[in-house]
Design a protein around this ligand. Sequence first.
Ligand code: PLP
Length: 484
Amino acid sequence: MRIPLERSGTVPLYTQIERFLLCAITSGNLPVRTRLPSARQLAADLGLSRMTVETAYAGLEAEGLVTREIGRGTFVLPPASPAMPQGDSPESWPQWQRDLTVSCASWRDAAGAPSAGDDAIRFDTGTGDARRFPVEELRRTMLSVLRRDGRSALEYGDPRGYAPLRKTMAQVLSAQGLQASENDVLITSGSQQGIALVAQLLLRPGDTVVVERPTYGAVLGLFRAIGLRIVDVPVDRHGMQVELLEAILQRSNPRLIYTIPNFQNPTGSCMSTQRRKELVLLAERYDVPVLEDDFVGDLRYDGRALPPLKALDRSSNVIYVSTFSKMLMPGLRAGLVLADGPVLEILSELKRLTDLATSNMIQRALDAYVSVGRYEAHLRRSRRVYAKRRDAMARAVERSLPAGTTFDMPSGGLFLWIRLPEGHSATAILARARARGVRIAPGGEFFADGEEGDRFIRLNFAAFTPEEIDHGVSEMGKAIGHLR
Ligand SMILES: Cc1ncc(COP(=O)(O)O)c(C=O)c1O
């Protein structure tokens, strides 16, 4: 065990050891029943007398934090009343840390705390059904990649991404109408990294950025963290109301327009082709870059695919990001940026400076998986399964939620965006539903400001079977009934 000691300070060494162990025990880093090193061993490790360590252990014993069992050793006990570990009390933080908590408070709340893994029905999740992840196929693919590539799979690799994967991705994108070569593609650690890199490159504190209203909460959080001025354009069932955009471009001189044209998060709406064309034209006329986030573009259940903005963009204004998180598995942390012009090269350099490279091993496995057509087959199956789940959720909402609840049926993606009847509050429902084992995403997370979001709830339909959906929505209905 290594314990940092201030040997020339005024605090006795046994007190320093005792405090260090107290923090480790109360914080849970030394779990209950952990056996501490013998006093002789710890004294040798720290270059101290055995008596110093014995005194520290005796202090911990007196506080009821450890027990000494003769002939067996010293063991950690459950703390009766957990002491506040050093550093948790705001007064003990240095001034720069206290300033940080003030400046970040607004976005930290909006991002929400990560939720514990329990067996609740997680309608609040943002991914597909983890039970459908192709675990066994990935295991076999990874083994065969290791056999084939050996050590080279474990090197850092090219910061722009594994060249064969970039080539495969260019082919996949071409099939979606995006003419691209491997040199136009940058592989990122999820699309969130692609978005963050674009923000880091193009935006400075105080700049204005245009987003949709409502939009993806973690991008709002990112933009707030950078200190941007967020201007939002309402979304209707045909996507961002692009006809309102020109006045904003004239008035606010934004540095970036962020949009999710396909199966928007959270509304599920799809931007019409007409609006796509107008958006691209406006970007060109006003010389503003557009960040197109195509996070679930491949999950379409009805209707015809619409052209990505990037495919309509003749003047290199659109930066396109996509991800394998929703179509395949989020834990791969694999996404991509497609752009042309100098911006891609600079983004690649920023990416290198940020994390050197995305996991080489994962990229090779992904390439092997995607290129043999299994990805396409997995997608086809997912579309079939998720379409049925979407329909099941729509029926369950109509059956179990109060009259006056409305939604537009999404033609793809993961979410149903529910508008509550007058007088209902999503945050009030959140707590009640949670007590009944159901998690929902309250609408406020997706709005840059105001109370409007509290009339909405986002429900993920893809991650659950129709039976689970029926049960979860019926519990939500009961939770709402109790509130009335
Ligand atoms: C709209 C949207 N964009 C991007 C992301 C980021 O996903 P990832 O970083 O896993 O690719 C998400 C994740 O939920 C999302 O909802």
